[in-house]
Design a protein around this ligand. Structure first.
Ligand SMILES: *[C@@H]1O[C@H](CO)[C@@H](O)[C@H](O)[C@H]1NC(C)=O
Ligand SMILES: *[C@@H]1O[C@H](CO)[C@@H](O)[C@H](O)[C@H]1NC(C)=O
Ligand SMILES: *[C@@H]1O[C@H](CO)[C@@H](O)[C@H](O)[C@H]1NC(C)=O
Ligand SMILES: *[C@@H]1O[C@H](CO)[C@@H](O)[C@H](O)[C@H]1NC(C)=O
Ligand SMILES: *[C@@H]1O[C@H](CO)[C@@H](O)[C@H](O)[C@H]1NC(C)=O
Ligand SMILES: *[C@@H]1O[C@H](CO)[C@@H](O)[C@H](O)[C@H]1NC(C)=O
Ligand SMILES: *[C@@H]1O[C@H](CO)[C@@H](O)[C@H](O)[C@H]1NC(C)=O
Ligand SMILES: *[C@@H]1O[C@H](CO)[C@@H](O)[C@H](O)[C@H]1NC(C)=O
Ligand SMILES: *[C@@H]1O[C@H](CO)[C@@H](O)[C@H](O)[C@H]1NC(C)=O
Ligand SMILES: *[C@@H]1O[C@H](CO)[C@@H](O)[C@H](O)[C@H]1NC(C)=O
Ligand SMILES: *[C@@H]1O[C@H](CO)[C@@H](O)[C@H](O)[C@H]1NC(C)=O
Ligand SMILES: *[C@@H]1O[C@H](CO)[C@@H](O)[C@H](O)[C@H]1NC(C)=O
Length: 435
């Protein structure tokens, strides 16, 4: 009777010991492990209670792929899946203490998924599973973006691989200012005096594709600077940045004067550099203070223009989006000559005006040959040469006819004085020149 407790104790101890020795458990964490791309990650797995596993078969798998195999006291890299070669290791000291954790280096998107950690002994066949979730990267693909002031711009930012961001927090900051804050499906209002208010847009329908790009409307010069895109979820807080340079456009006329002949159509060049969308702006063409052409509220306003230019001017409307405000002037007159200016009063710029000088020449005003002359003038020179070419044989012809006639008259006895003959020839010579 006195021995009974001792026996019980022995039996119990034996039971516990055999249970422990026979059946250690393999334990994996229940929460998924988060990994950052291109960094290393440890996939934890251990025996409970700690048991020496260094002589046993320890394997890690992802689906069908062998990630790592340790057998007969050593690793077997030849058994590994191609993707995992050279990227895995066990803790050799840890194995003796039942620590089967795996280190996976340079994590990439394909590593995302479910892993199996297993232990085989003669008497045991244990396994557990662990999920590895590879954190997406937040990418601002264009580090530097240029925009002309008053134009719209998209600052690109996205998650790679595409992960649904619609339930998380997205923020854009400019210096210390919040440009936009979007959290769990709605905008969070910033301060009342927000300089970006009403000028920002998030492509919310594209958040599910991990696209966090920001659109800014009518960018003023002061929006210049560094913008940061933030993505925040329970487990992540990421950001990337974009430098936005807002360029001041300049109106450029032409340093070279434009030369035209009376009756010609001519283009007076003027454009904005760097290019800007001028569709919504007012454009004024003037000469000597009189209005040559006015474009306002997206249409021409002929009522405002000087009578002399009525029905003779036009802008290239389809070119306005490219910042081209060149003016076409038809049927040029002598009085059209002068200094023209194109003026864009509401352009956000110090240089809102460009100058072009128009020279008008008469068609007969020809200094041939002149390599600097326009093609048109060359053509008129050709006409002149043509005139000479036709004129000289004509004169010769007339002179011959005159001599024949003179001879005929002489033969009849009506001789005339020589001086009068010369005058007659000059008069005839003048005829082709008038052409
Ligand atoms: C791992 O992810 C799968 C689906 O991908 C899920 O069924 C499983 O419950 C997850 N396991 C753990 C431990 O998170
Ligand atoms: C296994 O070893 C790794 C590396 O030393 C360590 O981080 C981890 O905590 C260990 N696991 C256990 C259960 O001791
Ligand atoms: C942003 O705020 C911090 C502290 O509030 C301040 O030290 C820093 O100068 C500010 N930076 C700018 C660009 O305003
Ligand atoms: C994100 O959306 C914007 C606007 O639609 C687009 O310009 C940009 O290319 C998109 N980015 C990606 C990575 O799809
Ligand atoms: C715009 O920003 C760039 C760089 O951030 C700077 O070099 C440039 O001077 C700024 N321009 C203006 C007009 O502030
Ligand atoms: C230019 O501005 C007009 C008016 O705002 C707009 O309708 C048009 O789409 C813009 N064009 C471009 C190329 O940005
Ligand atoms: C301009 O053209 C319109 C019709 O196209 C015509 O009615 C008007 O008389 C013209 N004005 C001048 C000054 O030629
Ligand atoms: C502006 O448009 C006119 C007409 O299409 C063209 O002749 C001219 O070269 C353009 N100017 C610029 C700077 O693109
Ligand atoms: C060009 O203008 C002149 C007067 O300046 C006029 O007599 C002539 O008809 C006009 N030609 C055309 C094609 O409009
Ligand atoms: C501009 O003024 C000059 C000199 O006063 C004159 O010769 C020219 O005809 C004028 N041009 C226009 C388009 O008014
Ligand atoms: C046009 O401008 C030039 C210099 O830019 C000046 O010499 C000339 O007198 C001006 N012509 C008129 C008609 O104003
Ligand atoms: C255009 O001419 C005006 C005066 O004739 C002058 O003030 C201005 O600076 C000129 N603009 C350019 C770009 O040369």
């Amino acid at each position: 009777m006195e021995l009974m407790p001792v026996i019980w104790l022995l039996v119990c101890t034996d039971l516990v010991l055999t249970e422990n020795a026979k059946d250690p458990d393999l334990v994996c964490p229940s929460e998924p492990i988060e990994a950052v791309r291109s960094k290393d990650v440890v996939l934890p797995c251990h025996l409970e209670p700690p048991t020496d596993a260094s002589a046993e078969t320890v394997s890690w798998r992802q689906g069908e792929h062998v990630v790592h195999l340790h057998q007969g006291g050593k690793d077997h890299p030849s058994e590994q899946g191609e993707r995992f070669k050279g990227r895995t290791s066990l803790f050799s000291e840890g194995l003796t203490e039942g620590n089967l954790s795996l280190t996976l280096s340079s994590v990439n998107v394909h590593d995302d998924g479910r892993y199996q950690c297993s232990l085989h002994t003669e008497s045991l066949n244990k396994m557990c599973y662990i999920n590895l979730s590879v954190e997406p990267l937040l990418v601002c693909p264009s580090g530097h973006i240029e925009v002309t002031s008053d134009d719209d711009v998209v600052l690109p930012c996205h998650l790679e691989p595409p992960v649904d961001a619609s339930g998380e927090a997205v923020e854009w900051r400019w210096g210390n200012n919040t440009v936009l804050l979007y959290e769990r499906g709605k905008y969070i209002d910033a301060e009342k005096k927000d300089r970006f208010k009403g000028r920002t847009f998030l492509f919310t329908e594209r958040l599910t594709e991990g696209n966090l790009s920001l659109k800014l409307f009518s960018v003023p010069l002061r929006d210049n600077g560094t913008y940061q895109c933030f993505f925040r979820s329970k487990s992540q807080d990421k950001s990337c940045s974009v430098i936005l340079t807002v360029d001041e456009p300049e109106v450029m006329g032409s340093d070279e004067p434009v030369t035209a002949e009376v009756g010609d159509d001519v283009i007076l060049p003027c454009h904005v550099e760097p290019s800007a969308n001028l569709t919504k702006l007012t454009v004024e063409w003037r000469c000597n203070n009189s209005m040559v052409h006015l474009y306002r509220s997206q249409k021409d306003v002929p009522e405002m223009q000087d009578e002399r230019f009525r029905n003779r001017t036009s802008l290239f409307h389809e070119e306005l989006v490219h910042g081209n405000v060149s003016l076409k002037l038809t049927n040029v007159t002598k009085e059209d000559a002068g200094n023209y200016s194109c003026y864009i009063p509401r352009l956000t710029s110090k240089v809102k005006r460009g100058n072009v000088t128009l020279n008008v020449v008469s068609p007969d005003q020809c200094t041939c040959p002149d390599p600097h002359k326009k093609k048109k003038d060359d053509e008129s020179c050709h006409y002149w040469t043509l005139g000479l070419g036709l004129g000289i044989p004509l004169v010769v012809c007339i002179v011959i006819i005159f001599f024949l006639w003179n001879k005929y008259v002489k033969n009849r006895g009506f001789a005339e004085p020589g001086g009068e003959n010369d005058n007659h020839v000059e008069k005839v010579t003048n005829i082709p020149e008038g052409e």
